[in-house]
Design a protein around this ligand. Structure first.
Ligand code: NAP
Length: 293
């Protein structure tokens, strides 16, 4: 078994991103600029946004955090997004999900100018991605492709099984793995909560990507020898043994599945770190006008 080591790859790519940001600063006098909008005080969201801001600073980007209490109206939030859309100093805008129930996340996602949509959630970016046109690719699937590429994992002609079909992970991941790109060129199966006998599919997977949010859902009897496993799951449980007071578990039973896998991501230290890289690379691409001129 070999580890798909998110810590190693993310540090390496962060070095490259920092060099590119320094070049932009030297040539234009400005830094790539990401604005994160955070509504309310959800523990997970606070952690993710803080990490995004910290990583922006680490690679020499400018970052701005816009905070709202959870009683902000949809109208006010949409108004703020409209204002950020027209600010020429801003390259990327993300609105951290989930949003409070009275705000429609689809409306917010569609309000973000697709040319600044560095989360890659806007229908224009998703459509362009599906057609293999330049686009911002959702950060987690993007990060996974960067990791597979870094380790030279062969994907062409393989059977890739994606478990989970969310708009932010499973669905875009399945599109990327089926595209005529490297990584890509897989035959893809998508499983979800209505799939009977998931094991029938996972047992046939050469590459298994799991994003469902269920601790240790994939067990050793569900995979074949030599499988490549990408575990997106981040299941938090309180713990008395860690400094943070919680412990993260993946959707895959790492201890036993790793005995059969050829490559596997750990949790933590795998996909989570690569997600940040996807976001930074999209912001950099926006600053360089690489996706939209
Ligand atoms: P989500 O929006 O809740 O979607 C979960 C998906 O899993 C849905 O498609 C659901 O099917 C499917 N599912 C749920 N239970 C299932 C079961 N028993 N069997 C088969 N399919 C099942 O989740 P998400 O946002 O994609 O996140 C998934 C996990 O990845 C979570 O643990 C999340 O924290 C983690 N995550 C990690 C990162 C990272 O950077 N590492 C980024 C994003 C998310 P239906 O569509 O039929 O309901």
């Amino acid at each position: 078994m070999q580890l798909l080591d998110g810590k190693y790859v993310s540090e390496k790519l962060k070095g490259e991103i920092a060099e590119a940001a320094a070049k932009i600063l030297a040539e234009t006098g400005r830094k790539p600029h990401l604005v994160a909008v955070l509504v309310g005080h959800d523990g997970g969201s606070e952690t993710y946004v803080a990490s995004k801001i910290k990583n922006c600073e680490a690679v020499g980007f400018k970052s701005t955090l816009v905070r709202y209490e959870s009683d902000v109206t949809e109208e006010e939030l949409l108004g703020k997004v409209a204002e950020l859309n027209t600010d020429a100093d801003i390259d990327g805008i993300i609105v951290q999900l989930p949003l409070p129930k009275h705000i429609d996340p689809e409306k917010v996602t569609e309000k973000i100018d697709h040319r600044k949509d560095v989360d890659g959630f806007h229908p224009v970016n998703l459509g362009r991605m599906q057609r293999n046109l330049p686009s911002f690719i959702p950060a987690t699937p993007y990060g996974i492709t960067l990791m597979l590429k870094e380790y030279g994992v062969e994907t062409a002609g393989k059977h890739c099984v994606v478990v989970g079909r969310s708009n932010i992970v499973g669905s875009p991941m399945s599109i990327l793995m089926a595209r005529n790109t490297t990584p890509g060129n897989c035959t893809v199966t998508i499983c979800h909560s209505r799939t009977p006998d998931i094991k029938k599919f996972t047992l046939d997977a050469d590459i298994l990507i799991v994003a469902i949010g269920k601790k240790n859902f994939i067990t050793a009897d569900m995979v074949k020898e030599g499988v490549v496993v990408v575990d997106v799951g981040m299941n938090r449980e309180t713990s008395t043994t860690t400094k943070s007071g919680f412990k993260l578990y993946g959707d895959v039973d790492f201890e036993n599945v790793s005995k059969k896998a050829s490559w596997i991501t750990p949790v933590p230290g795998g996909v989570g770190l690569m997600t940040i890289i996807g976001l930074l690379k999209n912001t950099l691409a926006s600053a360089n006008k690489e996706v939209y001129k």
